[in-house]
Every structure is written in structure tokens, then in C-alpha cells.
Design a protein around this ligand. Structure first.
Ligand code: PRX
Length: 650
């Protein structure tokens, strides 16, 4: 953990504290420690209480939790329908006219969708899917921009007991095809295109390319959004609006088992192949409804909530679709980038819809800082009462800027730690109960148990180590699709009996948790996990590349930046742009290296292992430590000279 020690030292200097403001506490859902006390007494009973309180069940469970390490079942034998929980029951309760989604397209077009309308659309699309042959347990792939149909598609799957696998619209055709094939999906739901930076990006073209190698797909549903030209294959491709025109709204929400597969979501691991993380219904819905309500202190009848994530990531699944809709919240959904048409678009939206709860990522916050204090200052942001952060460690200065310039020095900031695998938030303040320290995710939530351990799995009371989770939680992953061995190896082998998250963490003298980032070969770029191996494989798949090594280097805006070292094959040539574009085609633009350095040789140990630590040092301009294990020490001198000469790409 040598690399983390600098972070640990820097964090010790953080002495600022922010107790919950009195006027916030007055209406807060949780003040004091009662919820922690209750959960500490019996965490099973605690979660059962939340499940009864927040979720509507068609049949009661016979056991709260069955735990056979590493497999958990929650609310065993119970039945529910997730779409019923997110839609029907709100309409039945008389709040069908409440706005579920204020949607804003990037060009400025808007749609306001009530719970009754969202239910109607979902029922009809669920009928459409059934008409296309989708049944219980089938997988449906979703590759859409940030449009309401993305939520409709997910809920329609949930309604009929099919599992969705959403692929972020920024991923390439190759990534989409890999994920479709791994999931063996029957239907793909996509769009002609979506708006981004003032232009339409052609999603259907990428989908078509993927579809050339996806034999399991029988039908493709295409939403019209971009208005761009597309090719429709007769019998396979159908327009969403045409199918919906004749669709029946008679589609009852059948109850399904609490452990029915709700979705797969692919995420990067240390090896090249993405993992299909499995989430089921009863426990997951309980977890996301609970955390969405209490971490964000949701007052569903008055708050306007906005999570800026894309629906293609777990944050979009849990905190745009399932958590907020289960809780009957009113939310904003925005299609485009934060700087179109100008750098104040986000604050314009906050003012326009009177957003009261705002949830975003540190990389975005650092970008807003860079654009300047004057941007938020142009707008009335007094509707805001709570701010949240997710995706990577938030540095104290960004936390303070967020609090001051967005939160007007009055809003609590909740830094929420969790992962695709955890399903929902695990470590976070409760804003009416927790005294905040800038940059700390503070404590495990009630019902969650986390511990920091050292290399030998010994408990760490104060200081740095590895973050582990010691008891099952309702939203936990149920495995990796088609790969039980990898599930066991990745999460449960490093520290026997504990879930290992892959993150370093530190406990300070007051017991506050400080997350220190990944300890494995997974980079965190703008809050998204990308494996070094995946980018290396993409580079090596170019005919001119002989060998590649990829590292994540610290970056002021994106957290980490992808830096690649590439050796070309003799007699071949390729420039930086060609290789960056190649990675974009293979994985997606988010995985494009920020800088690529060409080198005749990579630094290797005598046993032939690439010395990544050393490459990280070079990339971050640090003095190199011990290089005596290198097979050829001159390689490094050469690399340092090149790094100093070559300006990184933007
Ligand atoms: O390293 C941690 C970081 O993001 C990883 C999980 O990434 P992903 O599955 O893509 O989910 C992101 C959204 C939940 C974690 O292993 N991470 C996430 N939130 C935080 C964080 N690191 C520090 N502080 C956080 N609040």
C-alpha cells in the first residue's frame, strides 16, 4: 500500500467539520442515532422492517436472509413485481398526476411525464415485448440515449419478468456485441440517434455493426429521437412508435420471486473480459428504496431530485430508475452534456425546475470548478437543500467548492461510496444525523457492516488498509453471469469470509472512513471503471502494435487518466490519433488514452513482467524508486525523456 501513504498523510490534515444545520434537522427524516441502534441490534430484522415499509409484496417471505457464503438470498419465498412498486401502486394511491420525470433534451425540448403516463407507456411497451416473444427470464439489451424510453424499457422488462442488460450509449459496437452475446439477449432496444454537444450521434449505425455478430437477437426496437437516417432490416427492426400505436395497455403486473433476475450490468474487472453483474428484485429494491429515501432525506411530495448519471451505469439504474420511482419521487432527467449550449447548462436546469436534491460525480464537480465560480453565480440555486457525490474519492477542495458555490454554504454534502456490485449506497452520511468532514464518506449506513483490514486480513482500528464488507446486504450482487468461479475469485478469495471491494480505505481517529481509490489494475476515469487489460487488448488488436502497457495516472479533472506505452511491430507505423481512435472503436470513447508514448521496449523485470508501478511514476512525473530489478535500465531513461517532451492529447 506504499502508493496510498501519501494520500493518508494528506488526509490527516483535514480538520473541518460540518454538523447538520438546525433548519435541515427540523424536517429531516433521520436525526440522531436511532436507526443505527436499531440496525445494530439485529440487521436482518432491520432490513425486514425496511422491506415491509418501503416495498409492496404479493407474498410474504418465509426467511429474511439465507446466507451460504458467497451466495445470499433475501426475502426468501416472497413475491413482488418491481414495475408495480415503481408505478401502479402510486397511481392506486392517488398520486398518478404527480410528475415522475421532467425530461429535458439537449436542444432544449422538454417532456413532462406523470406517474399515470409512465405506467401507461410501460404497460404498453411490456405488451410489445411480449408480442416480440420476450418471456420470463429472457434477456433484453438496451442501448439508448438519456431519454424517458430508457426508463420505460427497463420497467417494461421488470413488469414481465425479463432481465435487462443496459449498455451505455457511449460504448462501441464491439462492446455492445460482446455484451449481447455474453447475455444471449433476444431483443435489442435502441434509437436512431441522440443529441450530444449540439449534434446527433448515430446510435443505430453502431447497433447495426454489433448486430452483424449477435446471432441471438431476434428483434430490434428503434426509438426515434435523433431524426437521422437509419437502415431498417425487414422483419427484424421495428419502430418503437409504430409498435406502440397498436399496443394493448392490458398488461397486468404478475408477481415474481424475490430472487428473480432483474438485470445484468457489465463492469470492468482486472482481466479484459467485462463481468455481467447479476442483481435480483426483492432485496435490491429494498436497498435502493431505503438508501434513496434516507441518504437523500427524500420528501417525495415536495422535493425535485436530479441525478446526473447516465442510465447505462449502476447509478442510473439505482438512483434514476428504481430507487426514485419506488419512492414516488419527482425527478429531472437530462439528455446531453453539461456545456451545451454554454457552461452554465446544469445550473440553468436547477433553477428552471427548482431542483432541491442534486447528485453528481467528483469529476463533474472539478470540471465545474474549472469553468469558474461565475457560472453557478448566474443562477438562483436557492431551491437546493442537499448535494450528493458518487463515483470516486472526492478531494476536500472539490467538496468545499461544491458546498460553497453550488450549495450556498447551507446544503449538506453526502459523499456516497458504493459499486455496481453492491447495488446501492453502502457508506455515506445521513444528512440530518452525521457530522460531515470534507472528503470523507463517513460511516457505513445502518444495516451495512464494513471493516478495514491489513494484508493479513487483520482488523485495522485506525489507519490504512483494504475495505471489506463483513455481512450480506439486500442489494448485493448475486454472482457473475455464467461465471461462478470468477465471482468467488474476484470478491471472496483475497480475504476469506469477507467481500473485498478492491478499494483502499483509511480510518481516522474519529472512526471516519476515507476511500483511497482502487488497489487493483482497474482505473477510475471520470467515475467509470476501465481495466488496464481491456485497453491493452484493444491497443494490441491494432495490426501495427506489438505490445502495450496501460496505467492510470492521477489527473486533476478526471481522477485518473489513461496513459499508454506502446511498442510498434517492426516495419509498421501508426500515429497517436490512429491508436486513440482504434481504442474508441474497440471499447468506446471513454477508454481513449489521454496520452500514448511510443517506446522500442517496455520496462520489464527479469522474469518478463511489465513494471507498472514504474510506468505510473513516469506518467505522474515522479522520481523513480528502485529500478534494480529491471532487465534493461536504459528503457526507463528513454521513456522519461519522451514523457517530458510529448504534450498529452486532449
Ligand atoms: O473505487 C470505488 C469508486 O468507484 C468504484 C465502483 O465503480 P462502479 O462500479 O462503476 O460504480 C460507480 C458508482 C457507484 C468503487 O470501487 N467509488 C465509487 N463511489 C466512491 C468511490 N470511491 C470513493 N468515494 C466514493 N464515494
Amino acid at each position: 500500500m506504499a502508493e496510498e501513504s501519501a494520500g493518508i498523510d494528506a488526509l490527516s490534515a483535514e480538520n473541518r467539520r460540518f454538523a447538520p444545520p438546525e433548519d435541515f434537522k427540523r424536517d429531516a427524516l433521520v436525526v440522531g442515532t436511532f436507526m443505527y441502534d436499531e440496525a445494530n441490534e439485529d440487521f436482518h430484522e432491520f432490513w425486514a422492517g425496511q422491506a415491509s415499509d418501503l416495498v409492496s409484496w404479493s407474498r410474504q417471505w418465509s426467511a429474511i436472509c439465507e446466507w451460504e457464503l458467497p451466495y445470499a438470498k433475501w426475502f426468501v419465498g416472497a413475491q413482488l413485481n418491481v414495475a408495480y412498486n415503481c408505478l401502479d401502486r402510486h397511481v392506486e394511491a392517488g398520486i398518478g398526476d404527480r410528475v415522475a420525470i421532467y425530461w429535458e433534451g439537449e436542444p432544449g425540448d422538454t417532456r413532462t411525464i406523470t406517474y399515470a403516463q409512465l405506467l401507461d407507456e410501460t404497460k404498453r411497451f411490456a405488451s410489445v415485448l411480449q408480442g416480440l416473444g420476450v418471456g420470463v427470464g429472457d434477456r433484453v439489451n438496451i442501448y439508448l440515449p438519456m431519454i424517458p424510453e430508457a426508463a420505460v424499457a427497463m420497467l417494461a422488462c421488470a413488469r414481465i419478468g425479463a432481465a435487462h442488460s443496459v449498455v451505455f450509449g457511449g460504448f462501441s459496437a464491439q462492446s455492445l456485441s460482446d455484451r449481447i452475446n455474453d447475455a444471449e439477449a433476444k431483443v435489442l432496444i435502441t434509437a436512431d440517434g441522440g443529441w450530444r454537444r449540439g449534434e446527433v450521434f448515430p446510435l443505430k449505425t453502431a447497433a447495426d455493426e454489433a448486430l452483424a455478430t449477435t446471432p441471438t437477437i431476434e428483434h430490434v426496437v428503434v426509438v426515434r429521437r435523433g431524426g437521422n437516417d437509419v437502415t431498417m432490416v425487414d422483419g427484424r427492426d421495428h419502430w418503437y412508435h409504430e409498435l406502440m400505436e397498436h399496443a394493448s395497455d392490458d398488461c397486468p403486473a404478475e408477481p415474481f420471486d424475490s430472487e428473480q433476475l432483474l438485470f445484468l450490468l457489465y463492469t470492468s474487472g482486472t482481466t479484459g473480459k467485462p463481468k455481467g453483474i447479476m442483481h435480483t428484485t426483492g432485496g435490491y429494491l429494498t436497498h435502493v428504496a431505503f438508501t434513496h429515501k434516507y441518504v437523500f432525506d427524500l420528501h417525495a411530495d415536495t422535493d425535485v431530485y436530479w441525478c446526473t448519471a447516465d442510465i447505462g451505469w449502476i447509478t442510473g439504474h439505482s438512483y434514476i430508475v428504481y430507487g426514485p420511482l419506488a419512492n414516488g419521487a419527482t425527478q429531472v432527467m437530462y439528455e446531453g452534456v453539461p456545456n451545451f449550449p454554454a457552461n452554465d447548462r446544469m445550473w440553468d436546469i436547477v433553477e428552471k425546475y427548482k431542483v432541491s436534491i442534486f447528485y453528481t460525480a467528483p469529476t463533474a464537480i472539478r470540471t465545474y470548478m474549472k469553468w469558474g465560480d461565475q457560472e453557478p453565480a448566474k443562477h438562483d440555486l436557492t431551491s437546493l437543500r442537499l448535494l450528493g457525490s458518487v463515483g470516486e474519492p472526492i478531494n476536500p477542495e472539490a467538496w468545499m467548492w461544491y458546498r460553497e458555490h453550488i450549495g450556498g454554504d447551507r446544503c449538506p454534502v453526502v459523499d456516497t461510496w458504493w459499486q455496481t456490485e453492491t447495488g446501492g449506497i453502502m457508506i455515506s452520511p445521513l444528512p440530518g444525523a452525521t457530522t460531515l468532514k470534507p472528503g470523507s464518506a463517513t460511516f457505513p449506513l445502518p444495516g451495512i457492516s464494513a471493516e478495514v483490514v491489513d494484508d493479513n486480513a487483520a482488523h485495522v482500528e485506525v489507519g490504512g488498509g483494504y475495505l471489506t464488507l463483513t455481512q450480506p446486504w439486500p442489494g448485493m450482487l448475486r454472482g457473475i453471469w455464467n461465471d461462478p468461479q470468477r465471482y468467488q475469485d474476484t470478491y471472496w478469495s483475497r480475504f476469506p469470509g469477507r467481500y473485498f471491494a478492491g478499494d483502499g480505505a483509511k480510518l481516522d481517529d474519529d472512526g471516519y472512513l476515507w476511500l483511497l481509490g482502487r488497489v487493483d489494475d482497474v482505473m477510475n476515469v471520470s467515475g467509470h471503471r476501465i481495466s488496464t487489460t481491456e485497453v491493452e487488448s484493444a491497443l494490441v488488436s491494432h495490426p501495427a502494435v506489438a505490445e502495450a502497457a496501460v496505467v492510470g495516472a492521477n489527473d486533476a479533472t478526471t481522477g485518473q487518466a489513461i496513459i499508454a506505452y506502446v511498442t510498434l511491430r517492426t516495419g509498421f507505423d501508426a500515429d497517436v490519433k490512429t491508436l486513440r481512435d482504434h481504442v474508441a472503436t474497440e471499447i468506446g470513447p471513454i477508454a481513449k488514452p489521454k496520452a500514448i508514448f511510443f517506446t522500442p521496449e517496455l520496462p520489464k523485470t527479469r522474469s518478463g513482467k511489465i513494471m507498472r508501478r514504474l510506468l505510473r511514476d513516469v506518467a505522474e512525473g515522479r522520481n523513480l524508486g528502485d529500478t534494480t530489478t529491471l532487465a534493461d535500465a536504459t528503457v526507463v531513461d528513454e521513456l522519461q525523456t519522451r514523457a517530458a517532451q510529448a504534450p498529452p492529447e486532449d
